[in-house]
Design a protein around this ligand. Structure first.
Ligand SMILES: N[C@@H](CCC(=O)N[C@@H](CS)C(=O)NCC(=O)O)C(=O)O
Length: 233
């Protein structure tokens, strides 16, 4: 394989998607340069690297850009095979289940979390109940599909793709809970997810990257104010 000369990650500090990618690079031991983007004033470079979605994260490897966090994570796994594996290596069925639950996170949980952040009253209560239901679905699904997981992570004793995806929202679940006024990720009711998220957040590679709750909360509250005002106008 050709040797990689330059890896650049365009991101923004409050983004779960960017955190997943940055932590994956750290897990794999890939040296990279991080470029912080201001999403209110996107750089021309970002717009040229991701002209389709105009979003972060974008990973640029020797000048070639890759967008969309899940696509990037799979690329990282394939490109840097020598680092710790992000997918179960022994079983195509397990790899399919990793992809299934990753897709569930993106298709079901993310839209629901946005609904909690930008609504109030009954609408927000409904979104909150739906989010808790999704967490329970993932908890039960993970127990069924990865029953012999040893260690705190869904992937075993080291974090894999699902741990990255679910664990990178560690502060995000707390922020959502604060906004919804209701506990979401409860240790007693969801021990597998709770252990995955709390163990992930304590990893040195994650601690360096994940936004602290105290910094994330005001950012999300400001975004929420704007979204609520826009909905009323
Ligand atoms: N599906 C994309 C979502 C990325 C995304 O939503 N990024 C946000 C930051 S969290 C963004 O760049 N927003 C800018 C915009 O919407 O204009 C992924 O998985 O990478």
């Amino acid at each position: 394989m050709e040797e990689v000369k330059e890896v650049k990650l365009y991101g923004t500090w409050a983004s779960t998607y960017c955190a997943m990618v940055e932590i994956a690079l750290k897990i794999k031991g890939v040296p990279y340069e991080y470029v912080e983007e201001d999403l209110q004033n996107k750089s021309e470079v970002l717009l040229s690297l991701n002209p389709v979605h105009k979003k972060v994260p974008v990973l640029v490897v020797d000048g070639k850009p890759i967008a969309e966090s899940l696509v990037i994570l799979e690329y990282i796994e394939e490109k840097w095979k020598k680092g710790p594996p992000l997918f179960p290596e022994d079983d195509p069925y397990k790899r399919a289940m990793v992809r299934f639950w990753a897709d569930f996170f993106y298709q079901k949980m993310v839209p629901c979390s946005y609904a909690i952040m930008r609504t109030a009253g009954e609408e927000q209560e409904k979104a909150t109940e739906e989010f808790i239901e999704h967490l329970n679905t993932v908890e039960n699904g993970i127990k069924k599909d990865f029953p012999k997981s040893e260690g705190p992570f869904i992937n075993g004793d080291s974090p894999g793709l699902l741990d990255l995806i679910i664990g990178s929202s560690a502060s995000g679940y707390r922020v959502l809970a604060a906004i919804a006024g209701k506990e979401l990720l409860e240790e007693e009711r969801m021990p597998v997810l709770y252990t995955c998220v709390s163990s992930f957040a304590k990893l040195p590679v994650a601690e360096d990257v994940l936004p602290p709750y105290e910094k994330l909360l005001p950012r999300v509250l400001a975004w929420r104010e704007k979204a609520l005002a826009a909905a009323q106008s």
